[in-house]
Design a protein around this ligand. Structure first.
Ligand code: MTE
Ligand code: MO
Length: 509
């Protein structure tokens, strides 16, 4: 009887040990890839969201500002109980406890992914936690298994205790490292939110009331930071303290220039709206956004360094090693190529390049918009090749003339009668002069253009439409300020940007 109880106790301990290491490793993965996707935090957050308000009020009344700690303690107790149960079940029937622990990991995975603002790797911590839990449980069960009905042998007990303690200690160590990593993130986030950016010496003109048509379903003309698309190779978002940030300008220059954060902020700041687009954006895609950037003109810094007339490119490098090759004329002509520190009135969000990034109107992001930028080398296209160019993308990346239908959405059902077709059009730094729309291959109709913020931004357009019952195909094409009509010739994003007409199929009635 004692032996049996001892066996059950060990099985329960094995379950708890497996859970500890799983949570530890899951939290560590989250701290590295996406702090907000921490399994404990998402489950806790989910519970907070689900909890009726009386329960929240009660928790706050009982625990005050310690309510979060209380919640986490509560989660830990419940998790320990479930894990102990998983251990006992696993001893009864191999696989049963594993399924239970795996399901907890799956729950963390799902909750992390359906969270608003979930990042591309939100699923990873839950997945890793689930897999680690199952492996650890199976491993520990093997050290329990030989002894459940036999008298406890000191040898076996020692082996079991060592393994369980080792596994749990690994989990605790992972938790500690995760917390240190998260602490570092928090402090950079705290530094960021405490920052006050200087007023622009040359502010952006206010956005005209007519720039946003306010049509439901149409992208807003200025994209809120939280909705701005994010594309980069950074599995771990670089965390740079502005106090440590430095930019070095070197290469084919008369004199090297190096500046730090304080000096950059002391320089005259310019503000302008620039639409940033990704070369990977497919026709009709949403890898594009428009923001009001605050920064210092790159042109002025290059002038300070004195650019060699043989140079035709600036290779910008980020703190994590990403590189972009930007044609030098785009950085030295009169366009608003900025070393940006602000985005829509706030310091750059961490994932959009905090503390400093480049923004260059008219070029795709991969050849111009280096985030977390720390190095500008003045050089030549025939001497060095940037990150995406070595992977088959074009070395120059001017944006192509494009237009997109936002309203109605593909597959949307519409009531017959008065409707509206609306969308966005862009060719940054060239500008858009018109948009034409046709339905079911009929004649092209001229859409109404909203007032453009500038040639460096996208522009909204709309066209009233009397929707008749049946299936319809809507197409649009833009005309640039240069008089070019958007080509119907389709092309995939690689190697230099997608092209062709956006086509949307809808059903009326
Ligand atoms: N450091 C760094 N900067 C980068 C990238 C990157 O991978 N690393 N990607 C570029 C690409 S391809 C694009 S489209 C833009 C996207 O900027 P966003 O994420 O702020 O929208 O950043 C550019 N800057
Ligand atoms: Mo991109």
């Amino acid at each position: 009887m004692t032996a049996r109880r001892g066996g059950r106790l060990r099985s329960a301990a094995a379950g708890v040990g497996a859970a500890v290491v799983a949570v530890g490793v899951g939290e560590l993965v989250a701290a590295v890839v996406e702090p907000a996707a921490s399994p404990v935090a998402v489950i806790g957050g989910g519970l907070i969201d689900l909890a009726p308000s009386w329960a929240k009020d009660a928790a706050i009344a009982l625990f005050g500002t310690g309510d979060k700690a209380a919640l986490i303690t509560g989660i830990a107790i419940v998790l320990a109980a479930v894990a102990a149960l998983a251990g006992i079940l696993e001893a009864r029937r191999a696989g049963l406890g594993s399924v239970l622990l795996g399901a907890l990991g799956a729950l963390a995975l799902v909750v992390a992914m359906i969270r608003p603002g979930a990042g591309p790797f939100a699923w990873l911590p839950g997945l890793v936690a689930g897999v680690v839990a199952v492996i650890a449980l199976r491993l520990l069960m093997r050290t329990v298994q030989p002894a459940p009905y036999v008298r406890t042998e000191p040898e076996e007990r020692r082996r079991f205790l060592l393994w369980t303690a080792g596994v749990a200690a690994t989990g605790v160590a992972a938790l500690i490292v995760a917390n240190v990593a998260r602490g570092a993130t928090r402090s950079i986030e705290a530094v960021r939110s405490a920052l006050r950016l200087p007023q622009p010496a040359s502010p952006a003109a206010p956005v005209a009331a007519g720039a946003d048509l306010g049509i439901q379903g149409l992208a807003p003309v200025v994209t809120p930071n939280a909705e701005f698309y994010r594309i980069d190779t950074a599995l771990v978002v670089p965390r740079i303290d502005p106090a440590d940030w430095r930019l070095r300008i070197h290469g084919m220059v008369e004199r090297e220039v190096e500046i730090g954060w304080d000096e950059l902020l002391s320089l005259p700041m310019q503000e302008s709206h620039v639409t940033l687009a990704c070369v990977s954006n497919s026709v009709g895609g949403d890898l594009i956004g428009n923001a009001r950037w605050l920064g210092h003109p790159i042109r002025d810094l290059l002038a300070r360094a004195g650019v060699d007339s043989d140079a035709d490119m600036v290779l910008s490098t980020s703190s994590d090693g990403f590189t972009a090759s930007t044609p030098i004329e785009a950085l030295t002509d009169d366009r608003d190529a900025l070393l940006a520190v602000g985005m829509n009135g706030d310091p750059l969000p961490l994932e959009h390049g905090f503390p400093v990034r480049m923004v260059v109107p008219g070029l795709y992001g991969y050849v111009s918009a280096t985030k977390w930028v720390t190095n500008l080398e003045v050089t030549r296209f025939d001497r060095v090749t940037a990150y995406w160019t070595t992977r088959g993308w074009s070395d120059h990346g001017p944006v192509k003339l494009q237009s997109r239908i936002d309203v109605p959405r593909r597959g949307q059902r519409i009531e017959p009668g008065d409707a509206v077709i609306a969308g966005m059009a862009w060719q940054q730094h060239v500008g858009v002069d018109g948009v034409e729309v046709r339905v079911d291959g009929g004649s092209w109709q001229t859409a109404e253009l909203a007032s453009a913020i500038s040639a460096d931004t996208w522009v909204q357009w709309s066209l009233p439409w009397t929707a008749e019952a049946g299936a319809h195909t809507i197409e649009c094409r833009a005309v640039s300020a240069d008089g070019e009509t958007q080509t119907s010739e389709p092309a995939a994003p690689a190697p230099d940007g997608a092209q062709g007409w956006h086509r949307v199929e809808v059903t009326v009635g």
